[in-house]
Design a protein around this ligand. Structure first.
Ligand SMILES: Nc1nc2c(c(=O)[nH]1)N[C@H]1C(S)=C(S)[C@@H](COP(=O)(O)OP(=O)(O)OC[C@H]3O[C@@H](n4cnc5c(=O)[nH]c(N)nc54)[C@H](O)[C@@H]3O)O[C@H]1N2
Ligand SMILES: Nc1nc2c(c(=O)[nH]1)N[C@H]1C(S)=C(S)[C@@H](COP(=O)(O)OP(=O)(O)OC[C@H]3O[C@@H](n4cnc5c(=O)[nH]c(N)nc54)[C@H](O)[C@@H]3O)O[C@H]1N2
Ligand SMILES: [Mo]
Length: 765
């Protein structure tokens, strides 16, 4: 991996524009995409075409000529590489050698082409026919106690394989069904549900035609969901004000040139996205939003005293909410000085944002990992909802709360039963449709699974996608224990580090990507996905698969299930389902009739179909039956507070990566390139710490209390790079810095690892 000094060269161009085309071309070359791959992109995100496997942003009813973005194109071109990681290539190396190569080099070997089985005697993966692989894995699973195994899913697999995967797990005998959402938006699934009764966002595309102010918190659209920038640009051009909360001045939230717009591409005048940029410190959103609420309440008091109309929507508060008085009492008892300290913002900044809120007819709250990946992340979400509730900004046009989801079908996987929580599983329907009695007790989420790996109680693992051992906290400790498992099985497209940590018996099962045709007995199959707006779309592709030996994720799940369960459940018709996926959709429709009725007919209309959201109709499925105000227990969402010499570290994605898949070493929009082993630091902090730009330092996790005696967590030799950040804040890349995140340092309600506010200190290298 290149590791030269990153030149923080200024990137003066905006997001989008020619820079994004250059970015695509560079990745096309690096990925060695096949010459026709660029043509395939024309079908991306279009009705009748395939849906991008990158992010979960909605696919419009009336798509652009090229309905893809820089990073969606990169994801597809990466999938469509000409490089092949054949058995020859893999068997040339021992698994220990492969493990030493790291994810970047492993993925660059190309697409996996045949199923492989680990041979411990030679420490190599060796090709194995599919039938044998299924039979051997099935036999191994039958030997194990189902409850000692975990079936993980990364959010890419479509609704059809996901529905069957959950069914397979429960028929086999467990609810251990964590997915990538457990490291991501689980804080939303739990925290947003707690306060408005909906685990998903309430906004729809046409709300953006009416919104006046957007609070845009902890999400980086330029890199992670670039197609949203078209929507934000149109809103801004209509007069909408976007108020950003982010410790980093992210380029995508500042200016954007629409690569679909020939005039803008030629003249190059970018659209300014942010109206106001609040550079909060990590976890500072909680206090910042409290300050905004405080100003709104003051404005309301001033208005009443002056005989002007109320600022608060009292009718809405009365009829639809609970907990308002307790929250207001806390707000009034909290000093501005404390809010300034906890947020990193000035009182004036919070007050100005409060004025914008109070004056706007329609307000939306949008957020991402900057809110969810904190110990008190659900309270930050609660505080954003508090603000929205003050003026009835949920459940009407132009307003609402909109989490931006990660993987393209991560929301949908939860919808169709991939969940460790039995209360969310369609237990009755399984009984009715398949005569299936499912296990009663809740299963493992990601953190519980990892605890099971560490203490040896989790003995089997199937990963439907993902590079889990490298994406999780404390990953050095996890790596050691991972190999002690009896069984590890990976359904994957490319080789990664997790595959190179084989359990005692281990297989890699290579699968199709979304842009490849999926030929089964009844022809080329459709699959479907659900986006961040709860719209469901069909997806079908026509590209010849990377290898004739590949199977679809659906076929692999059916193969594993059949081999494991035998004939024990006559109504689980794996062969029929595999032959014709429309029959799986019939089952989905029968399981969730309110949302998925006539799924086969409805999913292919332009814009897909909407599965609805009660909170959008102001029906609150909460414990109280109302929208609930959150009375915070803390002012900063980080789990460990300030101390002398302590910094809070934010882990980030670069513009050249999809999670642990690193496409290259350019973080163009941040002006960084060359190395990922860096730590960003405020110039004043560099001076105060007695450091120099370019110097190498170690970072050490700085825990206290019960955890002070734990073995040291350290990442060595990171280059110090000056960067515009709040005081006492550091930033660097995920997954390189994951060894610093303790497994126990997670969100309080959802157990989402708190990757955005890690307490660390700097040690000389
Ligand atoms: N190209 C590309 N697209 C992707 C992905 C990818 O890796 N590459 N990953 C996909 C997945 S799985 C996910 S979950 C999403 C993730 O997409 P995002 O939600 O955008 O996640 P991150 O890039 O981790 O961080 C988001 C932002 O949070 C800010 N931040 C950090 N701490 C705080 C804080 O305390 N408060 C506030 N307000 N902001 C903070 C960071 O500066 C950063 O700008 O993207 C998806 N899309
Ligand atoms: N410190 C820190 N840690 C984090 C985060 C952070 O912000 N900071 N973010 C967290 C989040 S939000 C997430 S979602 C996780 C995700 O982290 P990862 O597990 O890295 O995410 P994926 O993109 O699901 O996994 C990548 C692998 O999926 C396989 N793959 C790619 N496409 C397909 C496909 O179509 N089918 C199948 N079966 N396999 C495929 C490839 O083999 C590839 O190596 O990381 C989490 N970890
Ligand atoms: Mo994610």
């Amino acid at each position: 991996m290149p590791d030269d000094l990153p030149t923080p060269k200024r990137y003066d161009g905006p997001v989008g524009g020619w820079g994004s085309l250059e970015g695509i071309t560079r990745v096309e070359l690096n990925a060695k995409a096949s010459p026709s791959a660029m043509l395939t992109l024309r079908d991306q995100n279009k009705p009748g075409g395939y849906m991008c496997s990158s992010c979960a942003w909605t696919k419009p009813e009336d798509p652009h000529a090229f309905e893809f973005c820089e990073n969606g194109a990169k994801a597809t071109l990466w999938d469509l590489t000409r490089d092949r990681c054949t058995p020859d290539v893999i068997t040339r190396h021992t698994v220990s050698e492969l493990r030493g190569m790291g994810d970047y080099a492993l993925e660059k070997l190309g697409r996996l082409t045949e199923p492989m089985r680990y041979n411990a005697a030679t420490d190599r993966y060796e090709a194995v026919p599919w039938d044998q692989a299924f039979a051997q894995i099935g036999a191994k699973l039958r030997e194990l106690d189902p409850k000692s195994t975990t079936f993980y899913a990364s959010g890419k697999a479509a609704l059809e394989p996901s529905y069957l995967y959950a069914l397979f797990a429960r028929a086999y005998g467990h609810n251990n069904l964590p997915d990538s959402s457990n490291m991501c938006h689980e804080t939303t699934s739990v925290g947003l549900k707690k306060v408005i009764g909906s685990p998903v966002g309430t906004c729809q595309m046409d709300d953006f035609d009416h919104v006046d102010v957007i609070f845009y918190m902890g999400q980086n659209p330029g890199t992670n969901s670039p197609r949203i920038l078209h929507t934000l640009k149109s809103a801004v051009q209509r007069g909408c004000k976007i108020i950003v909360f982010n410790p980093l001045k992210e380029k995508g939230l500042r200016e954007f040139v629409d690569p679909q717009n020939p005039v803008q591409m030629t003249v190059g005048a970018p659209t300014r996205i942010d109206h106001m940029y609040c550079q909060v410190r990590p976890g500072g959103d909680l206090a910042a939003l409290m300050g905004v609420c405080k100003r709104v309440i003051e404005r309301d008091r001033e208005a009443r005293e002056a005989g002007l109309p109320d600022v608060l929507d009292r009718d809405f508060l009365e009829r639809h909410t609970t907990g308002f008085d307790a929250f207001i009492a806390t707000l009034e008892a909290t000093d501005w000085a404390d809010l300034e300290r906890a947020s990193g913002l000035s009182r004036a900044e919070m007050e100005v944002a409060g004025e914008y809120y109070a004056e706007a007819e329609n307000v939306m709250g949008i957020y991402g990992m900057g809110l969810t990946q904190h110990v008190h992340g659900s309270q930050s979400i609660g505080m954003l909802v508090n603000l929205l509730l003050l003026r009835g900004n949920i459940g009407r046009k132009g307003a609402g709360c909109s989490p931006i989801r990660g993987h393209s079908n991560v929301q949908g996987q939860r919808t169709v039963g991939i969940t460790e929580k039995t209360e969310l599983a369609p237990v009755e329907k399984y009984r009715e449709l398949f005569d299936l009695e499912t296990p009663q007790e809740d299963g493992h989420n990601t953190v519980a699974f990892l605890e099971g790996v560490l203490d040896g109680s989790n003995k089997g693992f199937i990963g439907l996608g993902g590079n889990l051992a490298n994406a999780v906290p404390d990953h050095e400790r996890v790596h050691e224990a991972w190999r002690e498992m009896e069984l590890t099985v990976h359904v994957a497209t490319r080789l990664n580090t997790t595959h190179c940590l084989p359990g005692k018996s281990s297989w890699i099962l290579p699968c199709l990507v979304r842009a490849e045709e999926d030929e089964q007995v009844s022809g080329n199959q459709w699959v479907s996905i659900e986006d961040s707006f709860s719209h469901i779309y069909g997806s079908r592709a026509y590209r010849t698969p990377a290898s004739p030996h590949l199977k679809s994720e659906t076929a692999i799940v059916c193969g594993l299930a059949k081999a494991t369960l035998g004939d024990s459940h006559p109504k689980l018709t794996w062969d029929e389902w595999q032959a014709d996926y429309s029959r799986i959709r019939d089952c989905i429709a029968a399981t969730y009739p309110d949302e998925f009725h006539d799924m086969n007919a409805r999913m292919n209309k332009a814009g897909g179909f909407y599965r609805g959201n009660a909170a959008r109709e102001r029906i609150w499925k909460t414990d109280s039956g109302k929208a609930e105000f959150t009375d915070p227990t803390t002012l900063n969402a980080c789990g460990i507070g300030d101390a002398a010499g302590r910094y809070h570290l934010v882990t980030l994605r670069s513009n050249d990566q999809f999670n642990t898949t690193v496409y290259g070493h350019e973080d163009r929009l941040r002006g960084l390139s060359g190395s990922r082993m860096i730590v960003l630091m405020r110039p004043e902090d560099i001076r105060e710490a007695g450091l120099r730009e370019g110097e190498r330092v170690d970072l050490v996790t700085d825990t206290d209390g019960d955890h002070a005696d734990e073995p040291e967590r350290r990442v060595r030799s990171l280059k110090v790079v000056p960067y515009d950040l709040p005081a006492d804040t550091l930033a660097g890349y995920f997954p390189e810095l994951n060894p610093l995140v303790p497994l126990w340092y997670h969100e309080e309600l959802s157990q989402t690892p708190a990757s955005k506010g890690i307490p660390v200190r700097i040690a000389k290298a």
